[in-house]
Structure formats: structure tokens, C-alpha cells
Write a protein that binds this ligand. Structure first.
Ligand code: ADP
Ligand code: TRP
Length: 326
């Protein structure tokens, strides 16, 4: 039997190339490799843990589904669905809450960072990683394409699988992350920080026009050295552009650095802008097509939920029996 790949993405804000290279491209490549069964979902319940406008939420959900389809998620191969349409996610999360300690959650860096950045924590934000563990284990997922920033959450999912198995008998595989060569895309304007929807200035969006791409990459912060070189520790700006080039071209960052060793920063930036614009062109064209057909996107999401629901129901029934519920 093929290993099962699962991943989720939040419906919040516009997708940037960090989301794309860190998670979406990986999800598409795993699907297209033919070696795995894949299922992907939009984690609308997770997205309720940050401040949001209920009027905008439906559009955000359809928007991200459209982005995923445009980026190459093929519903014929991989069910694509909305997390809250399969009720078992929240149900399993509750059960996992009872085998997760406060201490395990208090250690979560993403939670601590969100509080440090001024977000008032709700109980859902604290519990966020438990719901993520439920998302994965509900399908007995084995591989999870995510960005580097999700590594700690994935470790928690493994811990939860292990403690459940130990206490109630072998039930869940321990899921592993699948990370890209360029796992963390940094902000174009502040390359010491990761590119994030919360800092729009440093983001390059999947929807950006070739002109915008040229402008943003052209203005990206680099350094005052003369020669292009790959050294993420000491030269984060130029190394980030090399990583972006590598991510879109499929070559290793070191070989990109070698290829452009004698080029000027300006020429390299032009080459990088052209490459990114060319790779995004197909996605943007498909986005436009799906964007005009909202009904079809909704149909795909409903069909996806219908396809996976029986698996979710089976796992939850097994779990309930093992933990002693009738
Ligand atoms: P953001 O931080 O922009 O709000 P999300 O938290 O919604 O992004 O992340 C969605 C997916 O994209 C996750 O799998 C995450 O690991 C990945 N991701 C987000 N930002 C980056 C980045 N700068 N580089 C690589 N992957 C990223
Ligand atoms: N926490 C992930 C993020 O911020 C989103 C997510 C929720 C997820 N559930 C998941 C990712 C399950 C992979 C698998 O990006």
C-alpha cells in the first residue's frame, strides 16, 4: 500500500512564495510523483484562532481552494476538502486533549511568538497543535509536507501518536515531515525574518505580475559584497534570493550560487525575476480560470469531504472503542 501524505493550510490572507515553496509545491510534487496517496485540506477551524472578519472568511476559504487547484492540486488524484466539513477532526482533537499535557503545549514556540507579538491568546490558539495532530492522525497520515516552522508541531503529533499507542494499543503511525531544500523563505525587505502574511512588505505573492515581481526582487535587501555567494548565516539576503531561485528551478542552492558566481547582483536579480514570473504564469492562468467558476470549486470541496469522511469515521470508531467509549 502507498504511504499516505496529508497536509493542511489556513485560509488566511494571500498566498506568498514562502507558502508555495514551503508547502504547496511539495504537496503537488508528492501527488505527481505517483508514489503516494495524498489528501489535502483547508484548516478553517485553525484559522478561527486568530482575529478575523466573518464576512471575509467564506471568500478566504474559496480563495485558498482556488489557489491550491491553480498550483496543481488535482482533485482526481488527491481529495481536497474543508476541515470543518469532516466533523471527526474536532472530535478526535478533543480526545487527544485528554492525553496531552499543558507542559507540552506551553513549550510550543509558535504559540509563544504569537503572544509575544501582542495577540491575546484564546484557548483555541493554545490548543492549535492538538487539532493539527488530529488532522493528520485521523487519516493515519505518514508524511506531512510543511514548512520548517511546523517542525515542532509535527513532533507533538508524533508524541501524541506514541502516547496513544502506548496507553491504548498500536493505532497510529508516527508521521514525519517532508521539508524542501529551501525550507524557509525569508522576507525580501528584512531577510532575518521569514516571509509571512503578517508582514506584507517583504512578501512576493503568487498573484504578483511580472512587473511587480521585477520591482520586488529588484528592491530586495542583499549586502554590500561584490560577489554572489551562498551563506545563509552571514549573508541572509542574497542567500534567500538564491534559495528562491533554487526552489523554482529545482537545483541545489550551491549550484545556483556557482552558476551565477560571476554575475552582478543586478543580473542575478533579473534572472531570478524572469524565472519566478515564468513559473507563476501557469498558476496565474489557472487561477483565473478557476476563479471564474466558484461553483465548480465548491463541488470539488464537497466531493473531497465525501471521499474522506468514511476513513475519518472508521478511525474515530476505532479510537472510541479503544479508549472505552460506547
Ligand atoms: P504565514 O506565516 O505566511 O501566515 P502560514 O502559517 O499560513 O503562513 O503557513 C502555511 C504553510 O506555508 C505552512 O506549511 C508553513 O510552514 C509554510 N510557510 C509559511 N511561511 C513560509 C516561509 N516563509 N517559508 C517556507 N514555508 C513557509
Ligand atoms: N499548522 C499548519 C500551518 O500553520 C496548518 C495545519 C493544520 C496543518 N493542520 C495541519 C499542516 C495538518 C499539516 C497537517 O501551516
Amino acid at each position: 500500500m502507498k504511504s499516505l501524505v496529508v497536509s493542511g493550510i489556513q485560509p488566511s490572507g494571500t498566498i506568498h512564495i514562502g507558502n508555495y515553496l514551503g508547502m504547496i509545491k511539495q504537496a503537488v510534487d508528492l501527488q505527481d510523483s505517483g508514489g503516494y496517496s495524498c489528501l489535502y485540506f483547508i484548516v478553517d477551524l485553525h484559522s478561527l484562532t486568530s482575529k478575523y472578519d466573518p464576512k471575509k472568511k467564506p471568500g478566504d476559504i474559496i480563495g485558498i481552494a482556488t489557489d491550491l487547484l491553480a498550483a496543481g492540486i488535482d482533485p482526481e488524484k488527491s481529495p481536497l476538502f474543508i476541515q470543518s466539513h469532516v466533523l471527526e477532526h474536532a472530535n478526535l482533537a478533543w480526545i487527544f486533549n485528554t492525553i496531552t499535557s499543558m507542559g507540552q503545549l506551553e513549550r510550543m514556540v509558535e504559540y509563544k511568538e504569537k503572544i509575544a507579538s501582542g495577540q491575546t491568546p484564546n484557548a483555541g490558539l493554545f490548543d492549535y497543535p492538538v487539532l493539527m495532530a488530529a488532522d493528520i492522525l485521523l487519516y493515519k497520515g505518514q508524511k506531512v509536507p510543511v514548512g520548517e516552522d511546523q517542525r515542532q508541531h509535527l513532533e507533538l503529533a508524533r508524541d501524541i501518536a506514541r502516547s496513544f499507542n502506548k496507553r491504548f494499543g498500536e493505532t497510529f503511525p508516527e508521521p514525519g515531515g517532508v521539508y524542501t531544500k529551501a525550507p524557509r523563505v525569508m522576507s525580501l525587505t528584512d531577510p532575518d525574518k521569514k516571509m509571512s502574511k503578517s508582514m506584507p512588505a517583504g512578501c512576493l505573492y503568487l498573484s504578483d505580475s511580472p512587473k511587480k515581481i521585477k520591482q520586488k526582487i529588484g528592491a530586495a535587501v542583499t549586502d554590500s559584497q561584490k560577489k554572489i555567494g551562498y551563506d545563509p548565516e552571514n549573508r541572509p539576503g542574497i542567500s534567500n534570493l538564491i534559495n528562491i531561485y533554487a526552489g523554482f528551478s529545482g537545483s541545489a542552492p550551491e549550484s545556483v550560487a556557482k552558476q551565477f558566481a560571476d554575475a552582478s547582483y543586478k543580473d542575478f536579480k533579473t534572472a531570478a525575476s524572469d524565472l519566478v514570473a515564468e513559473k507563476l504564469k501557469g498558476i496565474q492562468e489557472r487561477r483565473e480560470k478557476f476563479g471564474r467558476n466558484k461553483k465548480e470549486v465548491i463541488r470539488i470541496l464537497e466531493e473531497g469531504a465525501n471521499a474522506v469522511r468514511p476513513i475519518a469515521q472508521k478511525t474515530l470508531a476505532e479510537v472510541k472503542e479503544k479508549i472505552g467509549l460506547i
